[in-house]
Design a protein around this ligand. Structure first.
Ligand SMILES: NC(=O)c1ccc[n+]([C@@H]2O[C@H](COP(=O)([O-])OP(=O)(O)OC[C@H]3O[C@@H](n4cnc5c(N)ncnc54)[C@H](O)[C@@H]3O)[C@@H](O)[C@H]2O)c1
Length: 459
């Protein structure tokens, strides 16, 4: 998704809310239209962009310059919150879009946060640890007066991780002596105040967002409008299969955990393929994600055909994009944006697509696939496991009570379940034929505008 498509969808949601008498707005009274208009305009804008070039001395003595951004989109629901991405794909439009999605994701998941995002345009693989540490410190210097435990709380994202968060925490502490610092960043290493389970949380949560959809249909308590009867039947049929075939694109931090969660789920799932930027490993009888994960972690790639044999695993090695069009029931998209587009939409065979990554299905493909009767679980619903555990880490920073991994993941799962049940209940009972993405945006937008209304940001 781009900033344009995100603002367009916000506008469509606002227009819909103005025109439609929805339960969510029953107590807004006569100011409803005006509040929606004003709130929608604020949501389409950005509170603040901090941008600059970070300069460091590289190991070879030359000066490295890196474009950097921190975007604070909206804080009506709480402090700005969102990761800092270190990648060559970073640009201001991307960071703004991701910040907007964070506002909506945090709102949808009832977290006490608004939305923010950061980015540094850098190829992490071409830099030493010392250089990355200097870039991290320079980033904190750039945003030092705009972040803080009660202001804007960054976290890791693509290309960054606990080590960078530890360096950034230290840099913040040195720049703000005698001030609270521990909760300025989440996603820190466990020894430095991080939370056990943060690494797996997004992947597990992504799988659960799909699992709870099937649960909702199988437990029979849904109020289903005729408009959604076919989708309910399709999901029920998947839920009743002895063995659900699932393909998982990505096999990074998120997708490894999602694939392992699928493999260990109570209802039987067979992971028929996993992929990364270089290849797809496929076996219709199942690939063993638990065995492949340590190889990927060590080598930053999946095994080739010979290496698969050496590991005692059977499978074919295909092109990376081949995973998207395999014959399966569920496809988890856990790599990067814009994977399902107008080009390949007609070849998608999975009936349920789950957006672990942000924006892997373009708006055009989303509309096409929804019309084909497929269900797409959108990013702002599916990939919130990480920010939920970040919230638990933030709480832990105040209470100093360190919880075990199982307790944290259980807490995250319960929260994901609660939100999923609310979304799916609303989806199936709706008399409007809206996509899940539209519905999630709608629920999120209503909560943010309601918060704006209460705080006087709109009158
Ligand atoms: N990890 C989190 O907590 C989290 C939270 C929310 C959203 N996300 C999003 O999920 C996505 C993945 O995050 P991650 O933490 O797993 O990142 P990661 O860097 O650990 O893994 C990304 C994986 O995608 C693979 N990849 C890249 N291009 C590909 C392609 N064209 N085809 C197939 N695979 C490809 C890479 O090889 C790598 O294995 C990102 O878009 C990220 O923004 C992650």
């Amino acid at each position: 998704m781009t900033k344009n498509t995100t603002t367009q969808l916000i506008q469509e949601v606002v227009d819909y809310l103005i025109e439609t008498d929805t339960n969510e707005l029953s107590n807004w009274g006569e100011n409803r239209t005006e509040w929606l208009k004003q709130g929608g305009e604020q949501l389409k804008g950005i509170d603040k962009v901090i941008a600059g070039d970070l300069r460091i001395k590289k190991d070879d003595g030359s000066i490295g310059t890196y474009q950097a951004f921190r975007v604070q989109h909206n804080n009506a629901c709480g402090y700005y919150k969102g990761g800092i991405r270190f990648s060559t794909g970073v640009n201001q439009d991307e960071v703004q879009t991701l910040a907007m999605l964070m506002t909506l994701k945090n709102s949808l998941h009832d977290l006490p946060y608004g939305g923010g995002k950061g980015g540094v345009h850098i190829d992490v693989r071409k830099h030493s640890k010392r250089e990355l540490k200097e870039v991290s410190q320079a980033f904190v210097s750039m945003v030092k007066n705009d972040i803080g435990p009660y202001r804007d709380i960054p976290a890791p994202d693509v290309g960054s991780g606990p080590e960078l968060m530890d360096w950034m925490t230290q840099a913040y502490k040195e720049l703000h002596p005698n001030q609270p610092f521990i909760n300025t960043f989440t996603g820190k290493s466990i020894k430095n105040g991080g939370t056990k389970g943060r690494g797996e949380s997004t992947g597990i949560g992504t799988f659960l967002s799909y699992y709870y959809l099937v649960d909702a249909v199988l437990n029979g308590s849904l109020d289903v409008n005729d408009k959604h009867a076919d989708k309910k039947d399709m999901i029920k049929a998947i839920g009743e299969k002895d063995d659900v075939k699932i393909a998982v694109q990505g096999f990074g931090n998120l997708s490894r955990a999602a694939a392992i969660a699928a493999q260990n789920a109570e209802r039987k799932h067979t992971v028929i393929a996993v992929s990364d930027s270089r290849s797809t490993v496929y076996n219709e009888n199942g690939v063993d994600a638990e065995k492949l994960a340590p190889f990927k972690e060590e080598n930053d790639r999946l095994p080739n055909a010979d290496e698969l044999k050496e590991m005692g695993l059977e499978g074919d090695v295909l092109d990376p994009m081949d995973i998207l069009t395999l014959d399966c029931d569920v496809l988890i998209l856990g790599a990067i944006e814009d994977q399902i587009t107008g080009e390949n939409q007609a070849d998608i065979k999975a009936d349920i697509l789950v957006e672990g990554a942000n924006g892997p299905v373009t708006s055009e493909a989303d509309q096409y696939l929804t019309e084909q009767g497929k269900v797409i679980i959108p990013d702002i619903l599916a990939n919130a496991g990480g920010v939920t555990v970040s919230y638990l880490e933030w709480i832990q920073g105040f209470t100093n009570e360190v919880k075990e991994k199982e307790v944290i993941l259980e807490d995250m799962s319960k929260r994901m379940k609660k939100v999923s049940e609310r979304v799916y209940g609303s989806y199936f009972s709706s008399e409007h034929d809206e996509s899940l993405r539209f519905l999630c945006f709608k629920l999120a937008v209503v909560r943010v505008i309601d918060a704006m209304k209460r705080s006087g940001k709109i009158i």
